[in-house]
Design a protein around this ligand. Structure first.
Ligand SMILES: Cc1cc2nc3c(=O)[nH]c(=O)nc-3n(C[C@H](O)[C@H](O)[C@H](O)COP(=O)(O)O)c2cc1C
Length: 325
């Protein structure tokens, strides 16, 4: 029953190119009141050389841009680049940063970044030894089970256990899998007893039913990230928090969400073409559930924002907010 999920904290997973601040704010504005999902980990920001970090790199994390509580994530392996980033984010008010040890992208992993660091526990240890003593912020880690093999996780866990960390978030796939196959709960179960830090879980929680099965099997894991399933169904964190909607309410909220997504991306300063591109990406995830496939086929070909907005007005009628077309 849904009460079994009351003690679970839902966290919006970092998704590069998707869960940036216009998305997070739109979600929070429309669904925040109907959900216990209050926090997000940001998509990664890469560590960069230099004694100071260009502030424009951190626009996604400017406090004034964020309505949702957010923990910044960074990607990289250069201890020398960490402090300027940590100081810049600390001065913006952040107290914990998350280290990305999960990114599976081949070009990233090849440079021993993201999941490409998992076969090198000595490098992970050396990074933490160098950065933690002078870091103005606490660190958490988000990782996969390994890059090429899930046995890589054990030496990595031994290293992480030796350092003070806020938590370790586990996405139980290996890097080479990318997003194929299923998140491996058996392997996840085996590493829980060897983890000393609080555990956050990430991977394939896509319905209330799956969340219940997970929560029953892993009663000690009370923080769970939601990723692709929220993008496809932004109501999911509401259902997981025990909220229900009539069809009419659902259509109204969904139309408000689409309008907020459009407005936030436009106001973030992206070009008109990119704003439209982003709406198409979201519609591709919604097609077949919240919007008919045929509607997505039509918007795919739009090249003008005006065309898109008028189409939304036609599709959602009076549910489409005034003044948006
Ligand atoms: C398009 C995309 C971008 C992602 N970007 C990041 C990222 O920047 N940092 C990170 O730690 N994980 C990233 N992930 C992984 C997710 O945070 C999450 O761990 C993974 O999608 C599994 O969870 P899910 O099944 O709930 O989506 C990304 C995943 C996708 C699909």
């Amino acid at each position: 029953m849904i009460e079994e999920l009351e003690s679970v904290e839902w966290i919006l997973a970092p998704m590069d190119g998707v869960t940036d601040y216009p998305y997070r704010n739109a979600w929070m504005e429309v669904f925040g009141a109907y959900s216990r999902m209050r926090k997000a980990v940001s998509p990664f920001v890469s560590l960069v050389p230099g004694a100071r970090v260009r502030l424009s790199l951190l626009k996604d994390l400017f406090p004034e841009n964020n309505r949702m509580e957010v923990e910044p994530q960074f990607l990289g392996n250069e201890a020398g680049y960490f402090l300027p980033m940590a100081e810049a984010l600390h001065s913006m008010g952040y107290s914990t940063l998350d280290w990305n040890l999960g990114c599976p992208v081949r070009n990233v992993a090849r440079k021993q970044r993201g999941s490409g660091l998992l076969p090198h526990p000595d490098r992970i240890a050396s990074f933490l030894e160098k950065v933690l003593p002078s870091s103005p912020v606490a660190l958490s880690v988000k990782l996969r089970l390994g890059y090429a093999s899930d046995s890589e996780i054990y030496p990595v866990m031994d290293v992480l256990n030796a350092f003070p960390l806020a938590y370790v978030a586990v996405h139980p796939r290996i890097g080479l899998q990318l997003y194929g196959g299923k998140a491996d709960w058996d392997k996840f179960e085996r590493i829980l007893p060897v983890m000393r830090h609080p555990c956050v879980y990430s991977g394939d929680i896509d319905s209330v039913e799956t969340a219940l099965v997970f929560a029953r099997r892993f009663p000690s894991v009370r923080r769970v990230m939601l990723g692709r399933a929220v993008i496809a169904n932004p109501f999911l964190p509401c259902y997981l928090s025990g909220f229900h909607f009539t069809e009419k309410e659902q259509t109204r909220l969904f139309a408000r969400f689409l309008a907020a997504l459009f407005r936030n991306y436009r106001d973030s300063g992206l070009s008109g073409a990119t704003v439209l591109q982003r709406q198409k990406l979201f519609w591709s995830k919604f097609a077949g559930r919240f919007v008919p496939e045929s509607a997505f086929e039509r918007i795919k070909h739009f090249t003008e924002e005006g065309e898109y907005l008028c189409f939304c007005r036609e599709t959602f009628g009076e549910e489409w907010p005034e003044g948006m077309c």
